[in-house]
Design a protein around this ligand. Structure first.
Ligand code: PLP
Length: 394
């Protein structure tokens, strides 16, 4: 019998030649446990997913209760299912008034695909604008609006009528015209290495979209659910989009996403053609149950505040001569070093010392800090100590 490690390489398709490849058998809070008795502190939370911590008991109980009632019943949008409607009600209560209609998906990429279709259908236009260094997912539509040529080259031809602007460059916004169906943007660019919007940039983008009748789509897939110190990044920057995208932290550890817009805009998907956008598993009742328990937990425990406090603590404690910059909002953070080589070494030493982190897809000079939002002050100190000891050894 082959070991799980051998089977991993034998039977699982790989995404790179250098996966982390540690076996994890169980997880709780901010910790991952391997079968050989080792524990690892999780500084990435499955890439901004496990905001409420791994195996949050409240979510586990809710999931078990729901499984005992029912799992999948029917394709999305036909039967009335309590987990879906309750979650949509709570989510929209925490969103601006115009974002009151939730279309569930299974993942971030699917939320992106749905939103691009929605904007084309609603505006009757086809041009899409995105930003350099944007990451919106790996499906063909999401790849088409990815702001990184290297990642796209091998997969062309992609979706036509897409153009790219420079994040934070106000002059570029003139490219948005009455022919633009939508502009899609991460309010904080994640995979670019946590690039924050400059003062007023998102508001000027909002104004330009309003003037031209273009739908503004905020990809909050990585920034959502307390990660940046507010429930959503749109609250942090006080700019309201026409469509918001969620996934990752939405499902409390289960696969769940959504694109959310106004009832008026969303209703355009009901006709011409009827059933023009459908999904079998989007809004799976078990995922929605987990999402509801997770959102209630975030609200009751005020995890945004903990993200702000521990984000500050990281910034205070991370002080090393290899560090060029520590930036971010809340617990969506990036630690910039001199080179990608240095980052890789620090990550590998930290892993040996029991801390899991990684770099960013479009910025290999940066170390990712996006732990579960339940992280304690002591855990933050521990993570900083290990990172700095790892930098000492580079
Ligand atoms: N959008 C952003 C900002 C992301 O960070 C990601 C994933 O990392 C996606 C979209 C794609 O989400 P998924 O991997 O669930 O398809």
């Amino acid at each position: 019998m082959l070991s799980p490690r051998q089977l991993f390489f034998e039977n699982l398709a790989q995404t790179s030649f250098s996966p982390i490849a540690i076996e994890i058998e169980s997880a709780s809070g901010c910790w991952l446990h391997s079968p050989d008795g080792k524990s690892f502190f999780d500084l990435i939370a499955g890439v901004s997913v496990s905001n409420i911590g791994h195996n949050n008991p409240r979510v586990v109980k809710a999931v078990k209760d729901q499984i005992n009632k029912h799992m999948h019943l029917m394709v999305y949008g036909e039967f009335i299912q309590k987990p879906q409607v309750r979650l949509a009600e709570l989510l929209t209560r925490y969103l601006p008034d115009n974002l009151n209609s939730v279309f569930y998906t299974n993942s971030g990429s699917e939320s992106v695909e749905g939103a691009v279709k929605l904007s084309r259908r609603y505006t009757g236009r086809h041009e899409v604008i995105s930003f350099n260094n944007a990451y919106h997912g790996s499906t063909i539509g999401a790849l088409s609006i990815m702001g990184n040529e290297e990642m796209k080259r091998a997969f062309r031809p992609l979706m036509p009528s897409v153009s790219f602007l420079e994040f934070n460059r106000v002059d570029d916004l003139d490219a948005i015209t009455s022919a633009t169906a939508c502009v899609i943007i991460e309010p904080v660019q994640g995979e670019a290495g946590v690039i924050l919007p400059e003062d007023g940039f998102l508001q000027q983008l909002r104004d330009k979209c309003t003037q031209t009748g273009t739908l503004l789509i905020f990809d909050e897939i990585q920034t959502g659910f307390g990660r940046t110190g507010k429930m959503f990044a749109m609250d942090l920057y006080e700019v309201v989009p026409d469509v918001a995208l969620f996934a990752k932290g939405f499902g409390g550890g289960m696969p769940l996403g959504a694109f959310v817009s106004s009832r008026e805009i969303m209703s355009s998907l009901c006709n011409d053609p009827v059933l023009g956008h459908i999904t079998t598993f989007g809004g799976h009742p078990v995922s929605c149950t987990a999402g509801l328990a997770s959102l209630e937990f975030i609200i009751e425990e005020k995890l945004e505040r903990n993200a702000i406090n521990n984000g500050r603590r990281f910034k205070q404690l991370l002080d090393h001569n290899l560090i060029k910059d520590v930036r971010g909002e809340g617990l969506l953070m990036s630690v910039e070093l001199e080179s990608a080589e240095m980052v890789k070494k620090v990550i590998s030493i930290a892993l040996k010392k029991g801390v899991v982190t990684d770099w960013f897809l479009f910025n290999e000079n940066c170390i990712r800090i996006s732990p579960p939002l339940i992280i304690t002050g002591e855990e933050t100190e521990f993570a900083c100590r290990i990172l700095q000891e790892s930098m000492d050894e580079v």
